[in-house]
Design a binder for this molecule. Structure first.
Ligand SMILES: CC(C)(COP(=O)(O)OP(=O)(O)OC[C@H]1O[C@@H](n2cnc3c(N)ncnc32)[C@H](O)[C@@H]1OP(=O)(O)O)[C@@H](O)C(=O)NCCC(=O)NCCS
Length: 248
């Protein structure tokens, strides 16, 4: 078995970070298979490898630790059917679609709050500048609709205080970025964002909704559970850094 079959190069990540990044495909690997893949990748000049592994497979978890993997995320996918949707927030929060040229510093600050639990923030091989630039780029590419179909916002006295990005992928609706400004949390705005996203998906006759978050982000997990979502899958996400390179 050649390691090539196990590896996907990641051009977008490589371009953004300025060095080669790849992802391991199988969710389960033994220690020697993993070591073989990494050795080949390091030799080819790859600097960072992501691995979304099966948390229930003891051999894979042992392999990751034995190969100096950093457990940076328990990537959690929540899903729910749209059938039987009942709004779960008070009606008082109105959401509006943000224009494509609506970029502002307020959104940059919200992007950083959304990125707090991200593996790029938690892995201290990345400088704060790098993960902040990543989340601002993600937000900008959502506002300009490159990676989102719509951006729904809630305003208070004209200022954006909450935002959710949505996308339709075949019959599934995807929630991308979702965040409530720190000053406005605990008042039902998170629920209102989820409701607004659900209505957006229902208007497009989609059948289910998917959202990815981090298990460590308890407020987000609790919010999705409170809105009727269930956990679809969890992956233990590791970063492996090429030991032959300097820190980023
Ligand atoms: C997650 C987040 C959007 C919640 O927004 P919010 O406006 O405070 O949420 P709501 O007031 O609508 O709360 C709805 C439910 O979420 C859960 N919840 C929200 N904050 C919580 C917290 N800090 N701890 C535990 N549960 C929480 C509760 O179940 C709550 O229901 P309840 O009020 O009946 O107890 C907000 O904390 C946030 O913006 N976090 C930073 C960005 C982020 O992490 N986004 C998720 C990316 S996937």
């Amino acid at each position: 078995m050649t390691p090539d079959r196990y590896v996907v190069p990641l051009p977008w990540d490589s371009d953004f970070l300025g060095f080669e990044v790849a992802r391991l495909v199988p969710q389960r690997l033994g220690s020697s298979e993993l070591a073989m893949c990494l050795t080949q990748l390091w030799k080819d000049g790859t600097r960072l490898v992501y691995w979304g592994s099966d948390p229930g497979d003891v051999e894979s978890q042992t392999a990751a630790t034995a190969n100096q993997g950093l457990l940076v995320d328990k990537k959690t996918v929540f899903v729910r059917e749209l059938h039987g949707f009942v709004p779960c927030a008070p009606e008082r929060y109105a959401t509006h679609s943000l224009p494509e040229d609506g970029w502002s510093d307020v959104l940059a600050r919200l992007a950083l709050q959304i990125g707090q639990y991200s593996r790029f923030h938690l892995d201290n091989h990345f400088s704060p500048e790098t993960w902040q630039r990543l989340y601002c780029t993600w937000m900008q590419n959502s506002i300009n609709r490159a990676i989102a179909d719509d951006v729904l916002v809630i305003r208070d006295s004209g200022l954006i205080v909450a935002l959710v990005t949505v996308r339709a992928k075949e019959r599934t609706g995807e929630i991308g970025l979702l965040g409530v400004h720190e000053s406005h949390r605990g008042a039902g705005l998170g629920r209102a964002l989820v409701d607004a996203a659900m209505r957006w998906f229902l208007d497009r006759r989609l059948s289910s909704v998917r959202v990815v978050t981090q298990d460590a982000n308890r407020p987000a997990c609790k919010l999705y559970e409170a809105c009727g979502f269930v956990v679809d899958s969890v992956e233990n996400y590791y970063h492996f850094w090429n030991p032959l390179n300097d820190p980023v």
